[in-house]
Design a protein around this ligand. Structure first.
Ligand code: NAP
Length: 470
């Protein structure tokens, strides 16, 4: 495919091959952009921002609504392409396209809700008879940088609110999964988005990122990806708005009053989807001592029953990881944990990008499989003697994106909600759950700001204060 910059589909002599991570077959190529393409995208986006600012909110709503309908109509075809390039199973790929359609629909609705307020100036000692109000305006050019693991819904979480708020947007998708993002751009154009208002630049983030993020014409960066790149962006961005949706090593606490069958079911559902490559995957299971062994007994056969294989086959439960190097890293962290005394209950094997669904018990919190973001198909189980110790272990991390607890005690559930430092908290489910309208974002090193169209629109607009001196 070509990339879309400043109103034109553009090719380049240098290409990036997009491969199916299961078998390495080449699906397509995309151009490898360079600095001159970044400049073109920025200049085009300035013009795009001017056009979008003048477009009535109702028209912005209609464009996003139509794009959402088009996504729904092409859900099966796009879901297959998504699974092919990302490696998630077909059901998850098709499901992600449905979510992306909902995200654009929600974004379109937000275009109608850009309220301002009248200021009660008579309540100020120096207000007199002046009249004051606010105006909520678009911030201008938005740069949206997205990771490989949700290659259509996460772009929609940035592009949708940006356009709804009346901005232009430059999308830089992950180099492993740009095809579905380019298809999204085709759909947005078909739905009536002014061509200058959306660019999609393909190429290495390492070589394009600084130029995109440092430029003064960009007023807002919305980044989803790793903590390391997020931190770099905060250093190069300068004075502009930045939203960061970063990684995690999410905990799931299972107390002794929990329904163990349901808890194990939730751990599996939230720990191995997309081969564990979800920012809110259940990574650390912290189980109360009285039910520790019983939980392992219920959990182990459920994990062992998961089949890993070709993501496009209906019978496969879990597809490959995105790159072989990531599967090797997961394998080596598991090996280190086992050498350090953790028990391998099932899995542990690897063939190329396919890593088996793995369950580790007796994991020490300092082992890499627990301490760092694993981003792979393994759950590390650790014992806790009380709710207080479980909460201490849950908080013993630099991250704070999502956490879960299973308990039948309202008191414990509320203690968890109050004391666990995490942006999302799930009671009687695992950490991996999201509806696209909720405020979503991390605490601590998991990020800054919130997504969810209502909240993203707030972060992609500026408030001006107007005072009429009568
Ligand atoms: P990544 O390596 O950080 O890449 C994310 C994006 O940043 C890609 O488009 C990448 O481009 C680009 N990039 C690379 N270097 C850059 C630079 N110097 N400046 C600007 N952009 C740059 O992350 P990933 O491996 O794709 O995704 C996995 C990570 O994303 C995990 O840590 C996961 O937890 C996190 N994540 C978080 C959320 C959330 O909502 N909190 C959701 C999903 C994923 P290239 O691909 O060309 O390198």
């Amino acid at each position: 495919m070509k990339m879309f910059i400043a109103g034109k589909w553009i090719d380049k002599p240098e290409k990036i091959e997009i491969k199916n991570p299961y078998d390495g077959s080449v699906i397509d190529t995309v151009p490898k952009a360079d600095a001159s393409d970044v400049e073109q995208a920025l200049a085009g986006a300035v013009e795009g921002a001017r056009l979008m600012r003048e477009m009535p909110a109702y028209d912005r709503y209609r464009i996003l609504r139509k794009a959402s309908d088009l996504l729904r109509a092409r859900q099966q075809e796009l879901g297959r392409l998504l699974s092919q390039e990302e490696g998630k199973i077909l059901k998850e790929g098709v499901g992600e396209v449905a979510r992306a359609a909902e995200t654009l629909e929600l974004s379109g609705e937000e275009a109608k809700r850009l309220y301002s307020e009248v200021l009660p100036l008579d309540a100020a000692s120096n207000g007199g008879s002046r009249f004051g109000f606010t105006l909520r305006v678009p911030c201008g050019v938005v740069v949206a940088i997205t990771p490989f693991n949700f290659p259509i819904n996460l772009p929609c979480h940035k592009v949708g609110p940006a356009l709804a708020a009346g901005n232009s947007v430059i999308l830089k998708p992950a180099s492993d999964t740009p095809l579905i993002a380019l298809r999204l751009v085709e759909i947005l154009l078909e739905a009536g988005t002014p061509p200058e208002a959306i660019s999609c630049i393909t190429g290495s983030g390492g070589s394009l990122g600084d130029a995109l993020c440092a430029d003064h014409r960009v007023r807002k960066i919305s980044f989803t990806g790793s903590r390391e790149i997020g931190e770099r962006i905060t250093k190069v961005a300068g004075i502009k708005r930045v939203t960061l949706e970063l990684g995690s090593n999410s905990p799931l606490i299972i107390m002794d009053d929990a329904d163990l069958e349901k808890a194990a079911e939730a751990a599996v559902a939230t720990g191995y989807a997309n081969a564990g490559q979800v920012c809110i995957s259940a990574q650390r299971v912290i189980a109360a001592q009285p039910v520790y062994q019983d939980l392992l007994d219920v959990l182990k056969p459920k994990v062992a029953a998961l089949t890993a294989g070709d993501q496009l086959q209906e019978s496969t439960h879990m597809g490959p990881m995105i790159r072989e190097a990531d599967a090797e890293r997961v394998e080596s962290w598991i090996g280190e944990a086992v050498q350090g005394g953790a028990k391998l209950l099932t899995g542990g094997g690897r063939r190329g990008t396919l890593h088996e669904p793995t369950l580790l018990a007796d994991v020490h919190p300092d082992m890499k499989v627990s301490r760092q973001e694993l981003f792979g198909p393994a759950i590390a189980v650790t014992e806790a003697s009380s709710i207080d110790e479980a909460i201490r272990l849950a908080n013993d991390t630099r991250y704070g994106l999502s956490a879960g607890i299973f308990t039948s005690s309202l008191e414990r559930a509320l203690q968890f909600a109050r004391q666990v430092d995490s942006g999302n908290l799930h009671i009687n489910w695992g950490p991996q759950w999201r509806a696209d309208l909720i405020p979503y974002g991390g605490l601590k090193d998991s990020g800054l700001g919130k997504e969810g169209p209502k909240y993203a629109v707030e972060e992609m607009t500026e408030v001006k204060t107007v005072i009429v001196h009568l």
